[in-house]
Design a protein around this ligand. Structure first.
Ligand SMILES: [Fe+2]
Length: 345
């Protein structure tokens, strides 16, 4: 056993140069002794520096006003993101057609995902124009600091606050140790009572306050009782966020046709839902090895591969269930309306 434990160490050490983030699964990343010497905070600082450097070369993907807002806040908000005609056509496609979906339950919330591979986009021209359009693609690439192919879904969040355990996404957290982008183009109005996305402005930066907090977390995260925290998506309380010197979170209760793109390395959460609600959005996420010196050279952007990440991930979950008996966290639920308020899981 102990030979095996030692044999994996070089692999665990090599993962330092990747996006690997788990303190409880990787004995180098999670090592309290190494983290006391600054390993984790050094990784966070280097990833931030590399991202800043790459982002300077990606200025063409965002307007000056958006670049300025992002640098200050860690997110960009665009109201009336699409021209009215395109938005109306998009809404018509998404609200009236059924799509093959998967669903994932997390406590009182169910997230429905619809993959958008080229065949689905070919049948839905407004969706294709939006998902492949320069605004959605550009802001995701700029915020993620990489010119790569994002993963895209129709994304529905259904909440029933009185049913099930609290949704783990309602706790403030950082998705990972390095800059990473998530974006939502909301198809319907989102109101405060619906549990909108909330974000702590400026928390995407390694300020002195955040550095001290990251240092403290890194020394104990490997054995943290919260599994998500131990896997490197650090949870922070409101008191800790205030003690780091950040201000109040902002919540994105926004009208339909608003695009929000955020660096979810910064602290964010789903606001608590005060009533049953259904949020429907076109969603994109982009995360790549944070230590790459270059911005492009993304093999998954090549013709034939581009736009297939979501479908490939789904196929992998299905294969894992079939061959290894590992239950998929997002089972297929068949063809449904994206905004159907009744979950199948
Ligand atoms: Fe998150």
């Amino acid at each position: 056993m102990s030979i095996l434990r030692h044999a994996v160490l070089p692999l665990h050490a090599a993962a330092l140069l990747t996006a690997e983030k788990s303190f409880c699964d990787n004995r180098v990343i999670g090592s309290p002794a190494l983290n006391r010497r600054g390993l984790h905070v050094g990784r966070v600082a280097l990833a931030e520096r590399m991202a800043d450097r790459r982002r300077r070369r990606l200025g063409r993907f965002a307007d000056p006003a958006d670049r300025e807002a992002f640098a200050r806040d860690g997110f960009v908000v665009r109201r009336d993101a699409l021209p009215p005609d395109l938005f109306a056509a998009l809404r018509e496609e998404i609200e009236t057609r059924t799509f093959e979906a998967r669903e994932m339950r997390q406590g009182a919330a169910v997230t429905r995902f619809v993959d958008l591979p080229p065949a689905v986009l070919a049948r839905n021209p407004a969706l294709a124009a939006t998902a492949r359009g320069p605004l959605f693609q550009g802001l995701l690439r700029y915020v993620a600091a990489t010119d790569a192919d994002p993963i895209l879904y129709l994304h529905t969040v259904i909440t029933h606050p009185d049913r099930g355990a609290p949704d783990p996404q309602t706790a403030f957290h950082s998705d990972t140790f390095h800059p990473t982008a998530k974006g939502w183009l909301f198809l319907r109005d989102v109101e405060e009572a619906d549990g909108p996305f909330t974000y702590v402005p400026g928390s995407h930066r390694l300020t002195a306050g955040r550095r001290a907090w990251e240092q403290a977390q890194s020394e104990t995260a490997a054995t943290a009782p919260n599994r998500l925290h131990a896997r490197g998506s650090f949870r922070a309380t409101a008191e800790e966020i205030a003690a780091m010197g950040f201000g109040e979170p902002v919540s994105f209760a926004v009208p339909a046709n608003t695009l929000v793109v955020a660096d979810t390395h910064g602290f964010h959460a789903r606001g608590p839902s005060l009533r049953p609600s259904v949020r429907v959005a076109l969603y994109g996420s982009l995360r790549r090895n944070p230590f790459l010196p270059w911005t492009g050279l993304d093999p998954l952007s090549l013709p034939g591969l581009a736009g297939r990440k979501g479908a490939a991930f789904g196929a992998w979950l299905d294969a894992r269930e079939r061959w290894l008996g590992k239950k998929s966290p997002q089972p297929r639920v068949g063809a449904v309306l994206a905004g159907d308020p009744t979950p199948r899981v």
